[in-house]
Design a protein around this ligand. Structure first.
Ligand SMILES: C[C@@](CO)(OP(=O)(O)O)[C@H](O)COP(=O)(O)OP(=O)(O)OC[C@H]1O[C@@H](n2ccc(N)nc2=O)[C@H](O)[C@@H]1O
Ligand SMILES: Nc1ncnc2c1ncn2[C@@H]1O[C@H](COP(=O)(O)OP(=O)(O)O)[C@@H](O)[C@H]1O
Length: 291
Protein backbone atom coordinates (compact mmCIF):
# COMPACT_ATOMS: atom_id res chain seq x y z
CA UNK A 1 0.00 0.00 0.00
CA UNK A 2 1.76 3.16 -1.19
CA UNK A 3 -1.10 5.63 -0.81
CA UNK A 4 -3.96 5.88 1.71
CA UNK A 5 -6.96 8.18 1.94
CA UNK A 6 -8.29 8.61 5.46
CA UNK A 7 -11.17 10.45 7.06
CA UNK A 8 -10.37 12.02 10.42
CA UNK A 9 -13.75 12.53 12.08
CA UNK A 10 -14.59 15.20 14.65
CA UNK A 11 -16.42 14.68 17.93
CA UNK A 12 -18.81 16.32 20.33
CA UNK A 13 -19.16 15.74 24.05
CA UNK A 14 -22.73 14.81 25.00
CA UNK A 15 -21.63 15.11 28.61
CA UNK A 16 -18.47 16.43 30.24
CA UNK A 17 -17.81 16.34 33.98
CA UNK A 18 -14.56 17.03 35.82
CA UNK A 19 -14.01 14.99 38.97
CA UNK A 20 -10.68 16.34 40.18
CA UNK A 21 -7.27 17.73 39.36
CA UNK A 22 -4.04 15.75 39.24
CA UNK A 23 -0.64 16.98 40.44
CA UNK A 24 0.57 17.38 36.84
CA UNK A 25 -2.31 19.75 36.07
CA UNK A 26 -4.39 17.24 34.10
CA UNK A 27 -7.95 16.56 35.25
CA UNK A 28 -9.93 13.41 35.89
CA UNK A 29 -12.96 13.55 33.67
CA UNK A 30 -16.17 11.63 33.03
CA UNK A 31 -17.33 12.32 29.48
CA UNK A 32 -19.73 10.89 26.94
CA UNK A 33 -18.12 11.21 23.51
CA UNK A 34 -19.82 11.03 20.13
CA UNK A 35 -18.22 10.97 16.66
CA UNK A 36 -19.70 13.22 13.96
CA UNK A 37 -19.63 12.81 10.20
CA UNK A 38 -17.70 16.05 9.87
CA UNK A 39 -14.15 15.28 8.89
CA UNK A 40 -10.71 16.29 7.71
CA UNK A 41 -9.40 14.45 4.68
CA UNK A 42 -5.91 13.00 5.08
CA UNK A 43 -3.76 11.45 2.35
CA UNK A 44 -0.59 9.55 3.23
CA UNK A 45 1.86 8.64 0.46
CA UNK A 46 5.03 6.62 0.76
CA UNK A 47 8.16 8.38 -0.49
CA UNK A 48 11.66 7.09 -1.08
CA UNK A 49 13.11 10.21 0.48
CA UNK A 50 13.21 9.65 4.26
CA UNK A 51 11.39 11.98 6.64
CA UNK A 52 7.93 13.51 6.90
CA UNK A 53 6.59 16.17 4.57
CA UNK A 54 3.29 17.74 5.62
CA UNK A 55 1.11 20.20 3.75
CA UNK A 56 -2.28 21.65 4.65
CA UNK A 57 -4.92 23.96 3.19
CA UNK A 58 -4.87 26.17 6.32
CA UNK A 59 -1.89 28.52 6.09
CA UNK A 60 -1.84 29.22 9.83
CA UNK A 61 -1.37 25.62 10.94
CA UNK A 62 2.16 24.40 11.59
CA UNK A 63 3.58 21.82 9.16
CA UNK A 64 6.39 20.65 11.46
CA UNK A 65 6.44 18.70 14.72
CA UNK A 66 3.98 21.20 16.20
CA UNK A 67 1.30 19.63 14.05
CA UNK A 68 -0.31 16.60 15.69
CA UNK A 69 -0.49 14.75 12.36
CA UNK A 70 3.27 15.17 11.91
CA UNK A 71 3.95 14.14 15.49
CA UNK A 72 1.84 10.99 15.14
CA UNK A 73 3.78 9.87 12.06
CA UNK A 74 7.09 10.72 13.70
CA UNK A 75 6.28 8.77 16.85
CA UNK A 76 5.67 5.49 15.01
CA UNK A 77 8.34 5.93 12.33
CA UNK A 78 11.03 6.63 14.94
CA UNK A 79 9.97 3.73 17.17
CA UNK A 80 9.99 1.25 14.29
CA UNK A 81 12.98 2.70 12.46
CA UNK A 82 11.04 3.20 9.22
CA UNK A 83 13.60 4.08 6.55
CA UNK A 84 11.29 5.36 3.83
CA UNK A 85 9.46 8.65 4.16
CA UNK A 86 5.87 9.90 3.96
CA UNK A 87 4.08 12.80 2.39
CA UNK A 88 0.96 13.76 4.37
CA UNK A 89 -1.69 16.04 2.88
CA UNK A 90 -4.16 17.44 5.38
CA UNK A 91 -7.37 19.05 4.19
CA UNK A 92 -9.04 20.65 7.21
CA UNK A 93 -12.79 21.00 7.56
CA UNK A 94 -13.25 20.44 11.30
CA UNK A 95 -13.15 23.86 12.99
CA UNK A 96 -9.73 24.48 14.60
CA UNK A 97 -9.25 25.04 18.35
CA UNK A 98 -12.95 24.52 18.69
CA UNK A 99 -13.59 21.65 21.13
CA UNK A 100 -14.13 19.12 18.33
CA UNK A 101 -10.83 17.25 18.64
CA UNK A 102 -9.65 18.13 15.15
CA UNK A 103 -5.96 17.79 15.94
CA UNK A 104 -6.49 14.65 18.02
CA UNK A 105 -8.52 13.11 15.24
CA UNK A 106 -5.78 13.87 12.70
CA UNK A 107 -3.24 12.22 15.00
CA UNK A 108 -5.49 9.16 15.40
CA UNK A 109 -5.95 8.79 11.65
CA UNK A 110 -2.20 9.09 10.98
CA UNK A 111 -1.36 6.50 13.69
CA UNK A 112 -3.90 4.14 12.13
CA UNK A 113 -2.62 4.81 8.61
CA UNK A 114 1.11 4.50 9.31
CA UNK A 115 0.53 1.26 11.24
CA UNK A 116 -1.14 -0.23 8.17
CA UNK A 117 1.07 1.29 5.50
CA UNK A 118 4.27 -0.04 7.04
CA UNK A 119 2.68 -3.24 8.45
CA UNK A 120 3.84 -2.42 11.97
CA UNK A 121 1.41 -4.93 13.46
CA UNK A 122 0.20 -2.76 16.35
CA UNK A 123 -3.22 -3.63 17.83
CA UNK A 124 -5.80 -0.91 18.42
CA UNK A 125 -4.95 -1.06 22.13
CA UNK A 126 -1.26 -0.53 21.33
CA UNK A 127 -2.06 2.41 19.07
CA UNK A 128 -4.12 3.97 21.87
CA UNK A 129 -1.23 3.61 24.34
CA UNK A 130 0.90 5.63 21.95
CA UNK A 131 -1.94 8.02 21.09
CA UNK A 132 -2.44 9.27 24.64
CA UNK A 133 1.12 10.62 24.57
CA UNK A 134 -0.01 13.01 21.83
CA UNK A 135 -3.27 14.13 23.46
CA UNK A 136 -5.91 12.99 25.94
CA UNK A 137 -8.59 12.65 23.23
CA UNK A 138 -6.45 10.69 20.75
CA UNK A 139 -7.31 7.18 22.08
CA UNK A 140 -11.01 8.00 21.75
CA UNK A 141 -10.48 9.28 18.20
CA UNK A 142 -8.89 5.92 17.37
CA UNK A 143 -11.91 4.04 18.75
CA UNK A 144 -14.78 6.32 17.60
CA UNK A 145 -18.54 5.96 18.19
CA UNK A 146 -20.48 6.51 21.42
CA UNK A 147 -18.07 6.06 24.31
CA UNK A 148 -17.71 6.80 28.03
CA UNK A 149 -14.26 8.34 28.57
CA UNK A 150 -12.72 8.45 32.04
CA UNK A 151 -9.25 8.95 33.54
CA UNK A 152 -7.85 11.91 31.59
CA UNK A 153 -10.04 10.75 28.70
CA UNK A 154 -8.13 7.59 27.81
CA UNK A 155 -10.07 4.96 29.80
CA UNK A 156 -12.75 4.04 27.31
CA UNK A 157 -15.98 2.06 27.66
CA UNK A 158 -18.06 1.58 24.50
CA UNK A 159 -21.71 2.56 24.99
CA UNK A 160 -24.94 1.75 23.13
CA UNK A 161 -24.89 3.73 19.88
CA UNK A 162 -26.46 7.18 19.91
CA UNK A 163 -29.95 7.09 18.32
CA UNK A 164 -30.18 8.63 14.84
CA UNK A 165 -30.39 12.42 14.83
CA UNK A 166 -29.11 15.48 13.01
CA UNK A 167 -26.46 17.65 14.60
CA UNK A 168 -26.13 21.37 13.92
CA UNK A 169 -22.66 22.68 14.64
CA UNK A 170 -21.78 26.38 14.86
CA UNK A 171 -18.41 27.87 15.77
CA UNK A 172 -18.24 31.56 16.59
CA UNK A 173 -15.09 33.30 15.31
CA UNK A 174 -13.08 33.02 18.54
CA UNK A 175 -10.44 30.54 19.66
CA UNK A 176 -10.05 29.12 23.12
CA UNK A 177 -7.13 27.29 24.70
CA UNK A 178 -8.14 23.99 26.30
CA UNK A 179 -5.38 24.38 28.88
CA UNK A 180 -6.64 27.81 29.98
CA UNK A 181 -10.23 26.62 30.23
CA UNK A 182 -9.23 23.79 32.58
CA UNK A 183 -7.08 26.21 34.60
CA UNK A 184 -9.94 28.66 34.95
CA UNK A 185 -12.21 25.87 36.11
CA UNK A 186 -9.80 25.26 39.00
CA UNK A 187 -10.40 28.78 40.31
CA UNK A 188 -14.04 27.96 41.12
CA UNK A 189 -15.79 25.38 43.20
CA UNK A 190 -17.94 23.24 40.86
CA UNK A 191 -21.50 23.91 41.96
CA UNK A 192 -23.47 21.83 39.49
CA UNK A 193 -22.14 18.59 38.11
CA UNK A 194 -23.77 17.55 34.84
CA UNK A 195 -26.04 14.51 34.82
CA UNK A 196 -23.73 12.04 33.05
CA UNK A 197 -25.74 9.11 34.44
CA UNK A 198 -28.85 10.61 32.82
CA UNK A 199 -27.09 10.59 29.43
CA UNK A 200 -26.04 6.97 29.98
CA UNK A 201 -29.60 6.03 30.93
CA UNK A 202 -30.92 7.76 27.79
CA UNK A 203 -28.46 5.81 25.64
CA UNK A 204 -29.41 2.57 27.37
CA UNK A 205 -33.11 3.26 26.67
CA UNK A 206 -32.36 4.66 23.17
CA UNK A 207 -34.33 7.72 24.21
CA UNK A 208 -33.08 10.77 22.29
CA UNK A 209 -35.15 13.22 24.37
CA UNK A 210 -33.73 11.84 27.60
CA UNK A 211 -30.19 12.11 26.23
CA UNK A 212 -30.79 15.67 25.06
CA UNK A 213 -32.37 16.82 28.33
CA UNK A 214 -29.55 15.26 30.40
CA UNK A 215 -26.68 16.84 28.42
CA UNK A 216 -24.29 19.04 30.39
CA UNK A 217 -20.74 20.37 30.19
CA UNK A 218 -18.96 21.62 33.30
CA UNK A 219 -16.52 23.65 31.16
CA UNK A 220 -19.35 25.62 29.57
CA UNK A 221 -19.66 28.19 32.36
CA UNK A 222 -15.97 29.07 32.19
CA UNK A 223 -16.00 29.71 28.45
CA UNK A 224 -19.43 31.40 28.37
CA UNK A 225 -18.30 33.85 31.06
CA UNK A 226 -15.67 35.11 28.63
CA UNK A 227 -17.68 34.68 25.44
CA UNK A 228 -21.44 35.25 25.95
CA UNK A 229 -21.92 34.61 22.22
CA UNK A 230 -21.90 30.89 23.07
CA UNK A 231 -25.05 31.29 25.14
CA UNK A 232 -26.64 33.30 22.31
CA UNK A 233 -25.98 30.52 19.79
CA UNK A 234 -27.42 27.94 22.20
CA UNK A 235 -30.56 30.02 22.57
CA UNK A 236 -30.90 30.45 18.81
CA UNK A 237 -30.68 26.70 18.30
CA UNK A 238 -33.21 25.99 21.05
CA UNK A 239 -35.62 28.61 19.72
CA UNK A 240 -35.27 26.98 16.31
CA UNK A 241 -36.23 23.40 17.01
CA UNK A 242 -33.23 21.85 18.79
CA UNK A 243 -34.06 19.23 21.41
CA UNK A 244 -31.18 20.80 23.31
CA UNK A 245 -27.95 22.68 22.57
CA UNK A 246 -24.61 22.76 24.35
CA UNK A 247 -20.97 23.74 24.03
CA UNK A 248 -18.65 20.91 22.93
CA UNK A 249 -15.49 20.19 24.95
CA UNK A 250 -13.63 23.35 25.92
CA UNK A 251 -15.51 25.26 23.23
CA UNK A 252 -16.33 27.55 21.63
CA UNK A 253 -18.26 25.30 19.19
CA UNK A 254 -21.94 24.88 20.04
CA UNK A 255 -23.98 21.93 18.81
CA UNK A 256 -27.71 21.31 18.75
CA UNK A 257 -29.45 17.95 18.47
CA UNK A 258 -32.38 17.76 16.06
CA UNK A 259 -34.80 14.95 15.32
CA UNK A 260 -35.75 16.76 12.10
CA UNK A 261 -33.11 17.54 9.47
CA UNK A 262 -35.18 20.22 7.76
CA UNK A 263 -35.45 22.18 11.01
CA UNK A 264 -31.71 21.89 11.55
CA UNK A 265 -31.11 23.32 8.06
CA UNK A 266 -33.48 26.23 8.71
CA UNK A 267 -31.78 26.98 12.02
CA UNK A 268 -28.37 26.84 10.28
CA UNK A 269 -29.60 29.39 7.75
CA UNK A 270 -30.79 31.74 10.50
CA UNK A 271 -27.52 31.49 12.41
CA UNK A 272 -25.52 32.21 9.24
CA UNK A 273 -27.73 35.16 8.32
CA UNK A 274 -27.39 36.63 11.81
CA UNK A 275 -23.59 36.66 11.36
CA UNK A 276 -23.08 35.31 14.88
CA UNK A 277 -21.13 32.33 13.49
CA UNK A 278 -19.67 31.72 10.06
CA UNK A 279 -18.62 28.11 10.42
CA UNK A 280 -22.01 26.41 10.49
CA UNK A 281 -22.57 22.77 9.51
CA UNK A 282 -25.53 20.40 9.44
CA UNK A 283 -24.22 16.90 9.93
CA UNK A 284 -24.99 13.45 11.28
CA UNK A 285 -23.70 11.33 14.08
CA UNK A 286 -21.32 8.55 13.04
CA UNK A 287 -21.60 5.39 15.09
CA UNK A 288 -19.24 2.94 13.39
CA UNK A 289 -16.14 2.12 15.40
CA UNK A 290 -12.75 1.71 13.76
CA UNK A 291 -11.83 -1.91 13.08
C1 LIG B 1 -11.79 19.31 26.65
C2 LIG B 1 -11.70 18.05 25.82
C3 LIG B 1 -12.97 17.22 26.01
O1 LIG B 1 -13.10 16.18 25.11
O2 LIG B 1 -11.60 18.27 24.42
P1 LIG B 1 -11.33 19.53 23.45
O3 LIG B 1 -12.11 20.69 23.91
O4 LIG B 1 -9.86 19.78 23.48
O5 LIG B 1 -11.76 19.06 22.08
C4 LIG B 1 -10.49 17.18 26.26
O6 LIG B 1 -10.55 16.90 27.66
C5 LIG B 1 -9.13 17.77 25.95
O7 LIG B 1 -8.40 16.81 25.26
P2 LIG B 1 -7.08 17.17 24.39
O8 LIG B 1 -7.28 18.44 23.66
O9 LIG B 1 -6.71 15.95 23.63
O10 LIG B 1 -6.06 17.43 25.56
P3 LIG B 1 -4.46 17.55 25.57
O11 LIG B 1 -3.96 18.03 24.26
O12 LIG B 1 -3.91 16.26 26.13
O13 LIG B 1 -4.28 18.66 26.67
C6 LIG B 1 -4.41 20.04 26.48
C7 LIG B 1 -4.47 20.70 27.86
O14 LIG B 1 -5.76 20.46 28.44
C8 LIG B 1 -5.67 20.18 29.83
N1 LIG B 1 -6.31 18.88 30.12
C9 LIG B 1 -6.59 18.00 29.13
C10 LIG B 1 -7.23 16.80 29.41
C11 LIG B 1 -7.57 16.53 30.75
N2 LIG B 1 -8.19 15.39 31.09
N3 LIG B 1 -7.27 17.42 31.73
C12 LIG B 1 -6.66 18.59 31.43
O15 LIG B 1 -6.41 19.40 32.33
C13 LIG B 1 -4.19 20.22 30.18
O16 LIG B 1 -3.93 21.47 30.74
C14 LIG B 1 -3.48 20.12 28.84
O17 LIG B 1 -2.30 20.85 28.84
N1 LIG C 1 -3.60 18.74 12.80
C1 LIG C 1 -4.01 19.80 13.52
N2 LIG C 1 -5.25 20.30 13.32
C2 LIG C 1 -5.67 21.37 14.05
N3 LIG C 1 -4.93 21.98 14.97
C3 LIG C 1 -3.69 21.53 15.21
C4 LIG C 1 -3.18 20.41 14.50
N4 LIG C 1 -1.94 20.16 14.95
C5 LIG C 1 -1.70 21.07 15.89
N5 LIG C 1 -2.71 21.91 16.06
C6 LIG C 1 -2.76 23.02 17.05
O1 LIG C 1 -3.59 22.59 18.13
C7 LIG C 1 -4.48 23.61 18.57
C8 LIG C 1 -5.80 22.94 19.00
O2 LIG C 1 -6.44 22.47 17.87
P1 LIG C 1 -7.68 21.46 17.76
O3 LIG C 1 -7.23 20.08 17.92
O4 LIG C 1 -8.35 21.83 16.48
O5 LIG C 1 -8.62 21.93 18.95
P2 LIG C 1 -9.46 21.21 20.11
O6 LIG C 1 -8.47 20.49 20.98
O7 LIG C 1 -10.15 22.33 20.82
O8 LIG C 1 -10.44 20.30 19.49
C9 LIG C 1 -4.59 24.57 17.39
O9 LIG C 1 -4.58 25.88 17.85
C10 LIG C 1 -3.39 24.28 16.47
O10 LIG C 1 -2.41 25.29 16.49
Amino acid sequence: MDKMELKALGKINLGLDVLGRRENGYHDVRMVMQTLYLYDQITIEKTEKPGIELSTNLFYLPVNENNLAYRAADLLMQEFGVEEGVKITLEKHIPVAAGMAGGSSNAAAVLYGINRMFSLGLSQEELMERGVKLGADVPYCIMRGTVLAEGIGEILTPLPAMPRCTVLVAKPPISVSTKLVYEKLDAHEIENHPDIDGVLEGLERQDLKKIASSMGNVLERVTVEEYPVIEEIKEMMKENGALNAMMSGSGPTVFGLYSDKRMAKEAAQKIKESGIAKQVYVTNIHNARRK
